[in-house]
Design a protein around this ligand. Structure first.
Ligand SMILES: C[S@@+](CC[C@H](N)C(=O)[O-])C[C@H]1O[C@@H](n2cnc3c(N)ncnc32)[C@H](O)[C@@H]1O
Length: 490
């Protein structure tokens, strides 16, 4: 694919242009007078610049910058990296509006990221290396406003849960007298898998007493943002909700119940009695996992094979037993991990398999190339439980009663405190814990729920008195609401 093909550029440069009505709505709000100068730090083809007569845009892609000049010939368009320009310009603006590029940390790298993070840290916002580009864009833009200035932006819905959104939100509430976020459930960009919300911040130089949030189903063009539906208490947001906004899309009744449990001394987080980690990374799943018929054909001795749960789809409902393993083997599923250790004498049959054409191909792969010996898969463990980390309706936790191991397509759970595990794990399928998985995890495009190990460790098991008295309908409502927000339920 050529570097200027639309797909290549769009994805890597975070270049998805904003629908006209959204751009006009944000610009109309940001302006208070026709004399106001408006900045768009990543102006693309000039959608925001063309909505006002006094505009300045920055755009690093020369083709888009040219399109912006054509769309708004009166605008001042600088071609180049916004962070470079922002660090040096003496200009200050009454307002800013736009749609910053959403480049994930893996691609947001090199000098641009270096400059972005340095600039933000000078303004008091400390992002880790895991921040996507849009968050530093907003900090660096805010710092170019005049006192009392305003900004209105399209933001990824990740602002509601990503850990790297926390330093941004902290910066915003410390820098603006009003911070208002509009959480829109339906997609603003129908072609994008990511959801987008809107940010309105006003009164640069002030400090916000709370975060205003409007929870709504659809975007409606208007001069004013829709009225806030929740005023978020900053202390509660920081402590109970670990600086995440997503819990606030829940009805108050559900959130209060969850907050009560979170603060109860007898409630427990999953991570307080078990560790959640990832399974092994083989480096070449097809080569390292043999079918029983293949193992037989290659005459690989059983001592060099360990039955493995390869992915979430193979997970039974509650428990992996010897019967489950038997079923896998009878179906001739590729469940036998070739488990070889360093400094181990290998029989001729294993050596023959390693030297087969599949083995020759496997050893050239990235993981295998970078370990010695290439065939010893590290971190093979026998967890007490396995946890699916990508879920549709419910997150599956299965007990490992057959001593199998697992790949990194599922999470490996090792129990640290058996008494607490025995007390709390039977609650796993209850509405409360299901709600907790929805709340602590996050939505992936396509309606799936993802639980990273860090998020799984936060899954909350309520104190018994709460578990017994919580109204199931309230909890089920909460589950449905969150599933609707991740586009799983209608
Ligand atoms: C999501 S698009 C938004 C464009 C336009 N504001 C709109 O909403 O229609 C983001 C734009 O940021 C540009 N961009 C990415 N990194 C940049 C950087 N470091 N400096 C300036 N522009 C950048 C991309 O080329 C892309 O055109």
């Amino acid at each position: 694919m050529g570097i200027h093909s639309p797909v290549f550029c769009k994805k890597l440069a975070g270049a998805y242009f904003t629908p006209r009505d959204v751009a006009e709505t944000l610009v109309a709000w940001a302006l208070r007078s026709s004399n106001d100068r408006l900045l768009d730090p990543s102006c693309g083809d000039g959608q925001f610049l063309s909505a006002h007569s006094k505009t300045v845009g920055i755009e690093q892609n020369p083709f888009s910058a040219q399109a912006a000049v054509a769309a708004a010939p009166w605008a001042l368009v600088h071609e180049g990296d916004f962070f470079l320009w922002a660090a040096e310009t003496p200009e200050r603006f009454e307002c800013a509006a736009g749609n910053p590029p959403f480049i994930r940390y893996q691609n947001f790298k090199g000098a641009v990221r270096e400059r972005a993070l340095q600039l933000c840290s000078r303004h008091g916002a400390a992002f880790s290396g895991l921040a996507s580009s849009w968050a530093p864009f907003l900090v660096a833009t805010a710092a170019l406003l005049k006192l009392g200035g305003r900004m209105a932006f399209v933001v990824p819905a990740e602002i509601g849960h990503a850990p790297y959104a926390a330093p941004l939100l902290d910066y915003l509430v410390e820098s603006f007298s009003t911070v208002h976020i509009v959480a829109v459930r339906e997609k603003l960009f129908p072609a994008l898998s990511e959801d987008c919300w809107l940010l309105y911040a006003e009164g640069y130089g002030g400090a916000a007493p709370h975060i205003e949030l409007t929870v709504c189903d659809t975007f409606k063009p208007s001069r004013e943002p829709p009225k806030p539906t929740v005023k978020i208490d900053l202390a509660e947001w920081r402590t109970v909700w670990s600086r995440r906004l997503r819990p606030y899309v829940l009805p108050t009744e559900v959130r209060s119940l969850y907050g009560l449990a979170a603060n109860h001394p007898e409630s427990q987080r999953f991570g307080s009695f078990a560790s959640v980690g990832i399974g092994y990374v083989s480096g070449d799943n097809d080569f390292f996992h043999l079918r029983p018929s293949e193992a037989k054909r290659w005459k690989i001795p059983g001592a060099f094979l360990h039955t493995s749960l390869r992915n979430g789809r193979a997970m039974p409902d509650r428990q992996i037993t010897l019967k489950t393993v038997e079923k896998w083997k009878q179906a001739d599923d590729p469940v036998l991990l070739l488990r070889l250790k360093r400094d181990q004498d290998l029989p001729a049959s294993v050596i023959k398999y390693l030297d087969s054409s599949a083995g020759m191909a496997a050893r050239g792969g990235y993981k295998c190339r970078n370990r010695t010996p290439w065939y010893a898969v590290p971190d093979v463990q026998v967890p007490d439980y396995m946890l699916s980390y990508m879920a549709g309706r419910t997150v599956n936790l299965v007990r490992n009663s057959a001593g199998v191991t697992c790949t990194n397509s599922v999470h490996a759970v090792q129990v640290q405190d058996r008494a607490l595990a025995a007390k709390f794990l039977p609650q796993w399928s209850t509405p409360f814990v299901r709600l907790s998985c929805e709340l602590e995890g996050h939505a992936l495009g396509g309606g799936m729920l993802k639980l990273e190990p860090r998020e799984a460790s936060r899954v909350l098991f309520p104190a018994q008195c709460i578990a017994e008295n919580a109204a199931a309908e309230v909890l089920e409502t909460g589950i449905r609401v969150l599933q609707k927000w991740r586009h799983y339920a209608d």
